[in-house]
Write a protein that binds this ligand. Structure first.
Ligand SMILES: Nc1ncnc2c1ncn2[C@@H]1O[C@H](COP(=O)(O)OP(=O)(O)OP(=O)(O)O)[C@@H](O)[C@H]1O
Ligand SMILES: [Mg+2]
Length: 498
């Protein structure tokens, strides 16, 4: 198996040394990073098998980097290297998931044996993963969830399209799950045991992106002291996911078109064309049609990419997915934060269902993660969600009755006052068996005034006299006080009287 190795060290000499050992003695691809934060970015998109990291680095120590890498992708094997090795640090690194611990200076053989061990372990686990994914397939899509008709339709189409060679363009607003759909297409295809490689077209400058994508030959430019494989070669036989395709420069659009049309490409500085067998999936949250009209995106490339289109709807257009997604994220973050939170209280769920979500599923995920962090009981409550108070609709009984929502202020106030009069007087008369004098006295108003209010509200004393618990015909205008509030232990909100 040809693997991908990432080396992270703040000393450039050490990077060069390891890079040289790996390229001279093995077949594996090696990428280096002097900054651990850059290393994390690479791990996010690079699908590495093995990471060598130094322990003492100024911007982030190796153990922290190890933890972050494992959180991003637990399948990556991480080897920690240090010149200051003690038994304690070795134990600590292993406990945090490092597969090996190497003290500097090391012998060449030590590195080579470690690589050989890790790669054979990785090839076995990859096989297992493929098997597990095949099993998981029976239940559908491991982490891509949804119950709404539009999502069910997307799942059905993924199953239909995945086994084909068709190029896919995934469109939709940010955070709607485009990357998850791309991954699902890969894991449901016959390429599932090959690589799924992501290239984010936004973050990398054009000249770097070209060499990243197509590789370069030795001497192609200053610093190109040896041939370098590109992602296209890495993805050969597998899937290449071109994320944010709308940001691709015109030059690269042309080169990509050639690859899509003829299956051919040229590494930077190379003369001979090379071939690659790749399933292409592209994604964008931009309107490519607009970019075409403005001359920023090639129309022919658009039609090449858009053989099959998945257009993901915003979360606000599929609110019935919110409970399922919320519980999924609750489980995920409760486990990650080692908390026992078993439910989302009904009121909190109502709030979650009502939000706008400009950031879509990602925003919901962030809200739940934050909620889990602040939650101190076994039930996630509205107060834990730290939502912008301006977004919060009033809870009963302060919510405006639906019948008043579209009235002007004056009319609404009159109507609300009438509702109040009827409710109050109905209650008052019930309490005093229809005895108007007593009722007026208890309420602190004139008897005549009570008579007038009764008349306006259409209430008659007879209706209360012989029916101590009798019903009147008054419709219940008050919204039900929420049992959900009590279940959540929530306090009523204070209102200002004017
Ligand atoms: N249907 C879904 N089921 C479960 N999780 C989802 C779903 N859709 C999105 N997510 C989660 O929401 C987050 C954003 O998803 P993803 O990165 O796939 O969105 P995107 O459309 O690629 O966003 P962007 O345009 O910003 O790149 C991820 O953490 C993902 O796991
Ligand atoms: Mg994305």
């Amino acid at each position: 198996m040809q693997g991908r190795i990432l080396v992270v060290d703040d000393e450039r000499d050490m990077l060069l040394l390891l890079e040289r050992i790996i390229t001279e003695e093995t077949d594996h691809k090696v990428v280096t990073a002097v900054d651990p934060r850059e290393a994390l970015e690479l791990v996010k998109t690079g699908s590495f098998d093995l990471v060598f990291t130094d322990l003492k680095m100024p911007k982030m120590d190796g153990i922290r980097l190890l933890e972050k890498i494992k959180a991003l992708d637990p399948t990556v094997s991480v080897v920690v290297m240090t010149a200051f090795g003690t038994i304690e640090t070795a134990v600590d690194a292993t406990r945090k998931g490092a597969c090996d611990f190497i003290t500097k200076p090391f012998r060449r053989e030590r590195i080579l044996v470690t690589i050989a061990n890790v790669m054979s372990f990785q090839s076995v686990t990859r096989e297992n993963r493929v098997l597990r994914e095949a099993l998981g397939k029976q239940n559908g899509f491991a982490s891509l969830l949804g119950v709404t008709p539009v999502m069910r339709d997307i799942f059905a189409r993924i199953r239909q399209v995945a086994p084909t060679q068709g190029t896919v363009l995934i469109t939709g607003p940010s955070g709607t799950g485009k990357e998850l759909v791309a991954k699902a297409l890969h894991t449901h295809s016959h390429r599932r045991d090959q690589r799924f490689i992501t290239l984010n077209c936004t973050v990398i400058p054009e000249n770097v992106l070209e060499s990243e994508l197509f590789g370069h030959v030795k001497g192609a430019f200053t610093g190109a002291w040896k041939d370098k494989r590109g992602l296209v070669e890495d993805a050969d036989g597998g899937t290449l996911f071109l994320d944010e395709i709308g940001d691709l420069s015109p030059v690269l659009q042309t080169k990509l078109l050639r690859l899509l049309q003829d299956g051919e490409y040229r590494p930077v500085g190379g003369n001979a064309a090379r071939r690659a067998d790749i399933r292409f999936i592209a994604a964008t949250n931009r309107l490519l049609k607009e970019a075409i009209a403005q001359g920023r995106f090639r129309e022919d490339l658009y039609y090449r990419l858009n053989v099959i289109n998945f257009d993901l709807p915003p979360l606000s257009a599929r609110r019935d997915d919110i409970p399922l997604l919320s519980h999924h994220f609750l489980k995920k973050y409760a486990a990650a934060n080692k908390k026992t939170i078993t439910e989302i209280c009904p009121l909190a769920m109502r709030r979650l269902r009502a939000l706008d979500y400009p950031g879509n599923v990602r925003e919901l995920e962030n809200i739940i993660e934050r909620g889990v962090i602040f939650c101190r009981t076994e039930s996630l409550k509205t107060a834990d969600l730290s939502l912008d108070p301006e977004q919060e609709p009033l809870d009963p009984p302060y919510a405006l009755p639906a019948s008043l929502r579209h009235l002007g202020f004056k009319d609404a106030k009159e109507e609300m006052t009438a509702i109040f009069h009827r409710q109050y007087i109905d209650h008052l008369l019930r309490e005093h068996n229809g005895n108007v004098s007593l009722a007026a006295q208890k309420a602190g108003i004139q008897r005549q005034y009570l008579h007038r209010l009764m008349k306006e509200a259409g209430l008659v004393t007879n209706g209360y006299r012989d029916r101590p618990n009798g019903e009147t015909d008054i419709p219940d205008m008050a919204p039900p006080t929420g049992a959900a509030d009590e279940a959540c232990g929530r306090q009523g909100r204070a209102i200002n009287r004017t």
